[in-house]
Every structure is written in structure tokens, then in C-alpha cells.
Design a protein around this ligand. Structure first.
Ligand code: UDP
Length: 415
């Protein structure tokens, strides 16, 4: 496994976002955890929500004086093909793991676990299914506490794959899910904890951008800033439903011809399916030049994502399954209304009719977009409500608190 270098962040810079009791509790827990050694392990340093969260969470916890290393699991194309299939099935896709897939999954977990032979951490936090079997092949001295953090929507999993992953996650001392809906009853998991993910208000992606600057940035990608823009920021993935987004846009376009659509996506290193889905999306967009499909390969980075989220009239996150959907919190934080699929973690963030809309079909999505475009005063009300929701519940500082609470709980004083 490879150690990831993170940019430095100062907890003191986040104090303006904290209510005093939260600050006091964080400082107290951090003092109790001084000298403890923690490792976090996931499958990629770039693309998708987990990497996004760790780039903020890891440096902030480190700045509180806790020794924290972020390790990235070493896979290969064949491994990520298997784990993407496993991910899809845990989100409900049909099918069975073949013996060969099981063997590839185990083989990489065994090989990565072998590199942990001299590890001496108090706590190891493993993110998502890819490295979940590390615990089974662990070679530590037995004093380490292990936590598994699930970031995906396991509300209606393929039963066989749920049982497969459960044989590993039952071995953990604690498990974290985003919401109770994601845990099947009777799963017999240790110290089940619920923590919602969060966004970093001081990251390049979320610092408040001047709207004029945001418009200039999106104009570089061919957007006409005198016409309304709707955007979905997401990996190209069937669960994010980019094809459904294009269908909804086509319906809107008939009644509101000036509208433009941007599909902004990054290609994650652990998501080999992304390329296929990007091509399906491009084909569906066809020769409509009011649809912009842009990625990290043609200049999209954090600032550009921020600009699209700031300059759009409406953001979509029309997911069919969603672990949380950081893009929803990111959009709401910028005061842009979000229309999201009525699934998983999106339901925790969007209050239907208050800060956005929850939708179940392409037609409903189109209808809600048209309603917002025709009633600009609603955009304003939704914006204020959305921002406040994120400030109270989904900023990184609350996430730090929740992790420290669990760490302290697993390592009582004196241990
Ligand atoms: N993202 C990005 N560039 C893109 C597309 C997505 O940086 O072109 C980021 C997005 O801003 C968010 C993360 O990737 O921070 C996606 O997280 P989310 O929880 O929405 O979905 P996931 O990819 O984890 O399923």
C-alpha cells in the first residue's frame, strides 16, 4: 500500500463555522486521543466522494495532534473491475460473484494485508468494500481496533453479495453507515454507528466564488452565460443516471428552448466502468451543442466544479442509488437549488419543496426544472434554506467530531 501525502489544513481556520459546544467537545476528545496512532485505508486518492472527504478529514484530524496516516490500497484493472461489480451489486444489481471474482478479491486483499506486517496502529479505518477483507488477512498484533466505513447505498442490496461482504465486516470492532436504511436487519454488525459525510467549506471546491468569476470560468467551456444552465456534477456511472438527466433536459428544452445542460464528471482511478458510461452519455447527447460534457481530461478540477455549481440556475443529482451525494451538499452550500433522486443520502439533504425537490422519474425531474426556471423567486428562497441546512449538518467539522467520538469510544481512557 502507498502512503498518501495530504495538504496541510489548520483546525483554527474552521473555528468560525463551529458552535462553541462543538468546539469544546472536539478539543476535549482530541486531548484524550493524543499519542494514539490511526490509519485510514481506501482505494483511490482521486475521483469520487471518498477521496474528496479524506483530503479534508485526514489533515484536520492530524492538525488536532492525532497521528493519522492515509494509505491507498494497491489494486489493478482486474481487481477494480471485480470491485465495481461488487459495488453495483451491493447497490442492488442482480448477479452472483463467480469463484474467479472471489479469488481476485481475496488475492489482492491478502497481498495488501501482507504489507501491513509491521503496522502498529491503535485504530485502522477501512473505507468501502474494496479493502474490506484486509481484516481477514491481518497480521497485526491483535491490539488494533478496526472500523469499517461504508459510503455506498446498501438499502436494497443483492442478498448474495451482502452476505459475501458481511462475512468480512462482521469481523470489525465497529461499522459506520450513513443512515439506518442502509443496514439490513439482523446483520449482526459490531458497534453500528451512523455518520453523515460532509463538505469542506474552505476547500477550493467550496470556497464562495464571486458569481462573475464563476460565469467567466464556465464560459471557457462553451457555456453561454446569458442563458439558463442546469448541471449535474458526477462520475459517469449508471447509478448517477446521466442518460436520465439528458432525457429530462430534452423535455425541458421543448418548453424552455434557451436552457443549456452541463454534465461535469471526473474519471476515478478505481472506476473502470466510467469510460464506457462516458461514451454512452456522449452518444445520447448527440449533436445538441447546448449539452456540454466535460471532465478532468479537458480542464475540470476543483475550481471549475465550484464554478459550475455556482453559475448554474439549478443543479441535478438524479441518482438511482446514492450513498450520500456530496455534490448535493456542495450545491446547496453555494445557494444553488438541487433537484435530486429520492434515494439514499440525498433524502437526508434535500427537503422537498424547501431547498430543492426530490424526484423519482425523468418526467418529474423535467417538471420540477421547468417550475424553478419559470419561478425565479423560488430559486432565491430555496438558496437560503439549502445553505443553512448544510451549515448546520454537513460541514467537515461535524464529521471530525463524529469520528473522534467513535475513536474515543473504542479506546477508553487508560487504554
Ligand atoms: N467531482 C469532481 N469532479 C467531477 C465530478 C465529481 O471533483 O468532475 C467530485 C464532486 O464534486 C464530489 C465527488 O466528486 O465531491 C463525488 O462525490 P459523491 O458523494 O457525490 O459521489 P461518489 O462519486 O462518491 O459516488
Amino acid at each position: 500500500m502507498e502512503l498518501v501525502t495530504v495538504k496541510q489544513k489548520r483546525f483554527a481556520d474552521y473555528l468560525p463555522f463551529l458552535d462553541p459546544p462543538v468546539r469544546e467537545e472536539i478539543e476535549e476528545l482530541a486531548a484524550r486521543l493524543q499519542g494514539k496512532k490511526v490509519a485510514m485505508i481506501n482505494a483511490t486518492t482521486f475521483g469520487g466522494g471518498v477521496a474528496e472527504k479524506l483530503h479534508s478529514l485526514v489533515p484536520l484530524i492530524k492538525d488536532l495532534g492525532i497521528h493519522l496516516d492515509w494509505w491507498v490500497f494497491e489494486g489493478s484493472l482486474e481487481f477494480y473491475q471485480v470491485t465495481k461489480v461488487l459495488h453495483n451489486r451491493l447497490q442492488g444489481q442482480e448477479g452472483s460473484m463467480t469463484p474467479q471474482e472471489v479469488e481476485i478479491f481475496d488475492q489482492y486483499n491478502r497481498a495488501n494485508a501482507a504489507t501491513m506486517a509491521n503496522w502498529d496502529y491503535d485504530l485502522v479505518v477501512v473505507h468501502d468494500p474494496q479493502p474490506a477483507a484486509l481484516i481477514h488477512y491481518r497480521q497485526d498484533l491483535g491490539r488494533t481496533k478496526w472500523i469499517w466505513r461504508c459510503h455506498i447505498d446498501t438499502s436494497t442490496p443483492n442478498e448474495e453479495c451482502w452476505d459475501f461482504i458481511c462475512q468480512y465486516i462482521r469481523q470489525y470492532d465497529a461499522t459506520i453507515f450513513t443512515m439506518p436504511d442502509f443496514v439490513k436487519e439482523g446483520s449482526r454488525l459490531n458497534r453500528l454507528t451512523f455518520i453523515t459525510p460532509s463538505i469542506d467549506p474552505l476547500s477550493r471546491k467550496n470556497i464562495l466564488l464571486d458569481p462573475e468569476e464563476a460565469r467567466k470560468i464556465v464560459a471557457r467551456f462553451g457555456v453561454d452565460t446569458n442563458r439558463p444552465l442546469i448541471t449535474q456534477v458526477s462520475r459517469f456511472d449508471p447509478w448517477k443516471d446521466p442518460l436520465g438527466v439528458i432525457e429530462a433536459y430534452k423535455i425541458v428544452k421543448k418548453d424552455f428552448p434557451s436552457v443549456q445542460l452541463a454534465l461535469v464528471g471526473s474519471m476515478a482511478t478505481d472506476d473502470p466502468e466510467g469510460w464506457d458510461y462516458l461514451y454512452y452519455t456522449l452518444r445520447r447527447a448527440g449533436e445538441d451543442y447546448d449539452i456540454k460534457v466535460v471532465t478532468n481530461f479537458n480542464g475540470i478540477s476543483d475550481l471549475e466544479v465550484n464554478a459550475f455549481q455556482t453559475a448554474s440556475e439549478i443543479l441535478l443529482q438524479k441518482s438511482l442509488r446514492e450513498g450520500f451525494g456530496l455534490t448535493v451538499a456542495e450545491g446547496l452550500w453555494k445557494g444553488t437549488p438541487v433537484i435530486g433522486g429520492k434515494v439514499g443520502g440525498i433524502k437526508l439533504q434535500i427537503e422537498d419543496g424547501v431547498n430543492g425537490y426530490l424526484v423519482e422519474t425523468v418526467e418529474e425531474c423535467a417538471d420540477r426544472v421547468l417550475n424553478l426556471l419559470r419561478n425565479p423567486s423560488l430559486l432565491h428562497d430555496f438558496a437560503a434554506a439549502g445553505k443553512e441546512k448544510v451549515r448546520r449538518h454537513f460541514l467537515i467539522t461535524i464529521n471530525v467530531l463524529n469520528y473522534l467520538r467513535l475513536f474515543a469510544d473504542l479506546m477508553p481512557e487508560g487504554c
